[in-house]
Ligand binder design. Structure first.
Ligand code: FPP
Length: 250
């Protein structure tokens, strides 16, 4: 990973007074269609997608992005053929294992949100190792959402919250409970910009709580073709949006 982006757009950001980095979330869609269009097995699309993850993490580290949450596997993806899911899970294991040291060197923190009880144990071990080894890094926080469903997390948090509140006689913050249910070690943070590649325009049960006021950006490009310049273009469009959060323009 080369943590630099040589672009006019970066200069554009550098000249603005940006206080606090953004939370950008990405639905990495279009791997399968990218492969099929080339007469390749769908798994080849996921391999190419993993290479894009590397490029985009490097690009994000050079942009005013503090938190990057990538939708790597949804809970509904279990409905796909086992071979495809196994290939994605193994790709993640290899990616996490091979990138952990590089992330430490580049001050990138890695973590994974979602359920862990249905993941293969070697992947869980790789996740725990990556999280532990990068825990002190603070330049960029990259979160992979794996076996993740926002609705499932919210429902489980609601159940747990009620029981906990009854037991404690004290009201814990719901967001804290939500974090616990999806193995996040940090409180949920609002998504500023949600990007979806692959031409579809929907949320697919991703970060529903955190996206309450997210700006949405849909790219026609398949994830394997998505570049640092595309991410920068999304940020430029984001900067031009008028975010009112239900209020009135200043
Ligand atoms: C959606 O494309 C993508 C996925 C379900 C898997 C995403 C996985 C990766 C990007 C690679 C592994 C991740 C890491 C972090 C190394 P799709 O298969 O639904 O595409 P389609 O809509 O064209 O069928």
């Amino acid at each position: 990973m080369v943590f630099d982006t040589d672009s006019v757009v970066r200069t554009h950001f550098a000249t603005q007074s940006i206080s606090g980095g953004l939370h950008v979330a990405i639905i990495m869609d279009g791997n399968g269609r990218w492969a099929e269009a080339r007469g390749l097995p769908r798994s080849a699309g996921h391999v190419a997608g993993a290479e894009t993850v590397e490029r985009i993490v490097a690009a994000a580290a050079a942009l005013p992005i503090e938190r990057l949450t990538l939708f790597a596997l949804s809970a509904d993806n279990w409905n796909r053929p086992a071979g495809e899911i196994d290939a994605i899970l193994e790709l993640m294991r290899v990616w996490l294992t091979s990138k952990t040291e590089e992330c430490v060197a580049n001050h990138v923190r890695l973590s994974v949100i979602g359920r862990r009880d249905r993941l293969p144990s070697p992947l869980v071990a790789a996740i725990e190792h990556a999280e532990c080894a990068t825990a002190d890094q603070s330049k960029l926080h990259v979160r992979l959402a794996v076996d993740y469903s926002a609705r499932d997390a919210i429902v489980r948090a609601a159940r747990r919250f009620n029981v906990q509140a009854a037991l404690d006689g004290a009201r814990d913050g719901f967001e804290r409970t939500l974090a616990v249910t999806c193995h996040a070690n940090d409180l949920p943070r609002d998504v500023d910009l949600l990007v979806r590649t692959g031409g579809e325009q929907r949320l697919s049960d991703f970060l529903l709580w955190e996206c309450a006021y997210a700006e949405l950006f849909f790219s026609p490009r398949s994830w394997p073709d998505f570049t640092a310049a595309d991410l920068e273009a999304a940020l430029v469009e984001f900067r031009g949006r008028n975010r009112r959060f239900g209020g009135l323009s200043a």
